[in-house]
Structure formats: C-alpha cells, structure tokens
Design a binder for this molecule. Sequence first.
Ligand code: ADP
Ligand code: ZN
Ligand code: ZN
Length: 741
Amino acid sequence: MFANIIIDISHEKLDRTFQYIIPEEMKEQIHAGMEVLIPFGNGNRMIKGYVLEITDVPAFDIDKMKQVFQISKNSMQIESHLIALAGWIKENYGGTMIQALKTVIPVKQKIKSKEKRSLVLLLEDQKANEQLELYIKKKNKARERLLRELIRTKELDYELATSQLHISSSVIKAFVEQEIVKIESTKIYRNPVLANQKDDLKITLNKEQQYIVDSIVDDFNNKKKKTYLIHGITGSGKTEVYIHLIQEAVNNGKQAIVLIPEISLTYQTVMRFYKHFGSRVSIINSKLSSGERYDQFERAKNGELDVMIGPRSALFTPFSNLGFIIIDEEHEGSYKSETVPKYHARETAIERARMSGASVVLGSATPSIDSYYKALEGEYELYSLNKRTSDSALPTVEIVDLRDELKAGNRSILSIRLRECIQDRLDKKEQIMLFINRRGYAGFVSCRACGHVMKCPNCDVSLSAHNNGKLICHYCGYDEKMVKQCPTCGSKYIGGFRAGTQQIEEIVQKEYPQAKVLRMDMDTTKSKDGHEKILSAFANGEADILIGTQMIVKGHDFPNVTLVGVLAADLSLYSNDYHASERTFQLLTQAAGRAGRGEKKGEVVIQTYSPKHYSITSSRNQNYKEFYEQEISYRGIAGYPPVSNMLAILISSDKEELAQQGAWLLKKRMDEMQLSNTVVIGPSDCTIAKVNNIYKKVIYIKQKKYETLIQVKNSMEQYIDMNDKYKNVNVQFDFNPMNTY
Ligand code: ADP
Ligand code: ZN
Ligand code: ZN
C-alpha cells in the first residue's frame, strides 16, 4: 500500500504529490486527509505532509521509495477535514483528486492592497432627514433609497451601494458634489460589510418559528446531528429561524456557514445577518477576486469570524468548530457545480457536517423534490412554516387557457384578460412585470388548438425540433419526422413556440404606446452593471412595465408591482428534461411572489396551453404537497431521481469518430458488467452535439442504488485510464444531473 502525499497545500502546489510506502503497522489507521511526517529530500529531513490518496499502484520503483515515518498527533486539523472532504467528493462525483482539492482549497495569491471605497454621511441627522423629505417629495427614488440607508448606517460600502441598493454612480457623484457624503478609501482589505453597526433588534419568534428553533437547539445540545428541512412560504420567517440557530451555535463557541444563491444575496438579507453578528460575519460572492476570497477564508481560519455567507463555494470555509450549515433556497440549481467535480453543495454539506459534528438546515418555499422525498423517507427531519409573519395576503392567481384565445380569434401572445389587467394597472399608475420563461426551452412542439405536445414514447419528455426537419429525444436519441398536423385534433396550428423577450417588447409597446417599457434579458444585461441599471430604473418608477426572463422573478422586491403576467407557462413545462414540472412549479410560485409585496394586493395571470397540468394548477394556491404527490409518482414510474438514481457519462472529443468509439466502448463495458436492475440509455448525441468543434455524446444510466453507480464510475475511470483509445477523448461523470446534456 502506498500513500500519495502533498507537502504544501497552497493552491499552486497541489499538482505535485510524492509517493511513500505505508508501513505495515500504519495500514489500519491511515486515511486520506491525515497529517503525516515524512523524510524528505537528500538529507531526509522530517517534514509534514498530508495524505491525499491511498493506492496499491506504485508510481515508481519500490526499492527507491521511502516510508511514511509517523502519523501526526494533531491529525484532525481543518486541513485534514477539507482534504478528506475532497476525497469524498472525488469518490462520489468523479474527476481527479487534484480537481477535488482545488474545489475545496482556496487560491492563495498575493493580495494587492486593493482600494476599498466607502460612503460616509456628512450631514447631521436632522439635516439629513430634511433632505430625505425633499427627495420623497420630488419622487427621487434612488436618492431617497441611498440617503435612507445612510441615515441608518452612517457609512456604507461603495460596492454594496451600487450593486445591492441599485444606486448608479451618477447619484453618488451628485451626493459628493452636494457634500452629503464623502468617499473614503482604505488601502487594506477590509470586511465587505462594515464593522460599526451591530444593533440589537430583537424579534420575538412566533409559535411556529419557536417550535422549530427549540427542537433543533434541543438536538444540538444533546449532540444529535441531523439534517433538517424547513418548508416555509416566502415571508414566513425562515431567515429569522436561521439567525436564532446561528446565535445558539455562536453562544456555544461554534461557527456557521450560510449558503444563499448569489442572485438572492440582496443587500437586505446580508444586512439582517450583519445586524446580529456585526463584524463576526463575512460574505463572499463572485465579485470578490480569488485573493479576496482567500483573505476571507484566512480570517475564518484565524477565528476572526463566526458566520460566513455566500454561494456554493462558501461551503468550504475553513471553520474549525462548525455548528451549523444552513442552505437557503435549497432547491436552487446553482448549488450543483457545472464543472468537474460536479458536486452538489447540499449532499457535500451533509458530508462535511457529518465529518465535523455539525447539523444541516435546508430551507425553501418550494423544496426540491429530492429533499422533500428524503424528508418523507425520514432521512431529513421536516418542519413547516405555513403563515406569513406580516398580514400581507398572498396574491390571487388566475389561469388563462390560451387555447380558448385561439378559438376566440385572438392570436396575440397577450390574452384578453391580461390586456384588461395591464390597462387597469397603467391607469392606476401601478407597475407590471411580464415574465417569459425561456429556461430549458429547447424547441418543443405543441398544438395551439388543443395543447398536445410531441413527446418521446420511451422517456416521457418533450421532443425537440431540429433544423433537419426532425423531432429528437435528447435522452435516448429517438427521432421522428416533424409533423404538419396535430396527431390529436388535426389542427394545423402545430409548431415550435417562438416568442422571445424582444418580440414581446415590440408587441407590448405597440399595444400600449403610452407605457414606458423596460426589457431585461441576456442582451440588455450584457454591459457591465446592465443588470443593476435596469432594476434600479424600474425600482425608481422610471418604467411601467418590466419584461424579462427568469432573471426578473428572483429575489427582487418592488412594492409597486401589483400585476405579474406569465406569458407562456408551458415553455418550461415541456423542456426536454425530467425536472421540467418541478422548475415550472418553482418559477410560477416565485413569479407569484413578486406581486403584491407592498400594501396593495397583487394579482397574477398565468397564460398556458395546459391549464390542467398539475404544476400549474398546484401553483395557483401554492399547494406544494399536491404538486409533490403528482411529481413523485411520475418520477417513480419513469425511474427518475430521487426514486431512482441517474448517472450521465459525457464523452467528448474533437474527432467525432473518437467520441463515438469512446462512447460505444463504455456502453459495451456496461453490458459486460451485467448489473441487474440497471437501465442504460444511449449513447446518443448531446442536445448541442458539437460545441467549438468538440463532439459530445452522452450515456444515461438509471439504477436505484447510488453506490452501484459509484462502482460503475470507478470501473469506467480505471478502464479509461488504461485504454489508449481515450487519449484524445474526455470523459466526465455527472450524478443525478440537473440538466439534460
Ligand atoms: P423568509 O426567510 O421565510 O422569507 P423572513 O425571515 O425574511 O422570511 O421574514 C419575513 C419578514 O418578517 C422579515 O421582514 C422579518 O424581519 C419579519 N419577521 C420574521 N419573523 C418575525 C416575527 N416573529 N415577528 C415579526 N416579524 C417577523
Ligand atoms: Zn391539437
Ligand atoms: Zn427518449
């Protein structure tokens, strides 16, 4: 037995390992992650290293190989934990140990003393409030927002003001010119949130919240470590529960990691944590350079922090005494890594918690089918919050059958009902959001007269129209000729759905020439800050209607929005992916959550060709359980996760023959393994079969036991390593993939 050992775990040195013989007496104790002492170099000086991997394949001549000297006593340092976690990631998701290590260990970089700017309020409170009144009177929304926040905090991070409060630099410039604020620069890198404003704003939990906190804290104090799932509608007080739990951990000298999808890391959310934990909390996000991220991780390691907030990668914060890992919006797809290793932050968090004796709390208004299933199976403990903490009512949701519109001779993308509602809001000077769901849209073909959708007979997902005049299934490769007539009702109105945000903008503008319309999509947000500019213009009331893709439905609160129109709910419903219904339900629930955030009651109009589909009917009264029951039975029948497990094997090469051959050899290997209860689908071309002249094939394997899929992966990895035919072929593994390839 041999150990591959790394002697320095700074990021750039990770590629270099040294192999040592494991002496007989150590074989039982030694495992990945452990710190060991090894003789190094010509003089055999004793240095410390970390075991990355244990293997029975010698890397060079055994006669020349040295032995591990001893296992260090302090072998369960945080580094060891993270290395062991990397080992787990490699085993469970594939890829190399180096790739896994680079995922968990931050890049060490010399940090250039980067300038950090902050805005400091120069006015006395009374003066500032007078000025605020003025802005309110003048309806100067952006200035009002900025000044209001400054009155509260006195000092504000420049970046935070522009990115999270949606304040443009011209507003800040004006403030400086009028001597309302000054800009202060600090050379040293500081906490992205400011240090001087912890205030004790105690909220008394309601009974439901208190029950959850008490139960979890009880387990915590009794050293019972579990995974909890809190199912609570938006505004039901989940975040408040998290804060109380973290407080409990901190009181016990422990730390907490809070994962929040980047898109929901709003200023308001960050501030709430900040108000409780002051300078002991830090946030990381994708705007930080890798050096800055490293810096925050160092602070965590040195005991300067109790709480780290951030997206997926915050999971690897090197806290040494972790109490809780909290994952908000746990259903979000962004918790799954898109690059190798394709780990899921939820599962990885549970493993990290297991290693370090922490508990995991998942929360969502629309839990993933995965998590809810596990909760019902007893793997997670389920709690729910059913009421909003404030009295603001949920919006009314109306479903419009687009087939009826066609019958009534209306071929516009705007139904008669939606048009009435838009006119009404324009008259009342209230705002409107129109949402077109293009996610996962892959050219499904449907009948506009009866709603029939062309589906794969083998996989029960939608077929995608291709330019070659064929309809293709992207799981199994099944194809048939494009139809000219609906096979169900004979109508000739069958085809792909072709409305983009731009066309909708034109239609809306033509219909309501007096309305001011903003559009937010990939095109309009390309420029730097494009995103923020549009949102801030809309927040300031500079437009009546905001048209957009799913970008507009997440995380942003616009109190004056009282109407949300979903133009074609079917677009996500019939994407060629088994998550289609789940995503549709989540998006509709989120979209509905955008209406009526202020005092005025909101209304939602959902247009669809399939008004009877359960993901649409259940979203009408936000009935998660009803949706879940239907969806889980579909997953069970079709053999999709979470009832079964699924492994995607991606084979790519710049030579099509090589990709093809590589794929078929793996398929053959699968057949030779003769696994029972295993379904092998493909190989077939990926949805986008050729990207940048790289050809892509995919094989899907369905099997109930995850461990069996790991065996498959291990066996394939070995086979590929030893086989010359894979020299110019790249093979990746994706367990329970979130998207169709
Ligand atoms: P969620 O995270 O479920 O969306 P939040 O925790 O953000 O819910 O709560 C929604 C709003 O209600 C917040 O403004 C929060 O401050 C407030 N809130 C939460 N719990 C209580 C409570 N027990 N009493 C009063 N207000 C509360
Ligand atoms: Zn039809
Ligand atoms: Zn199929």
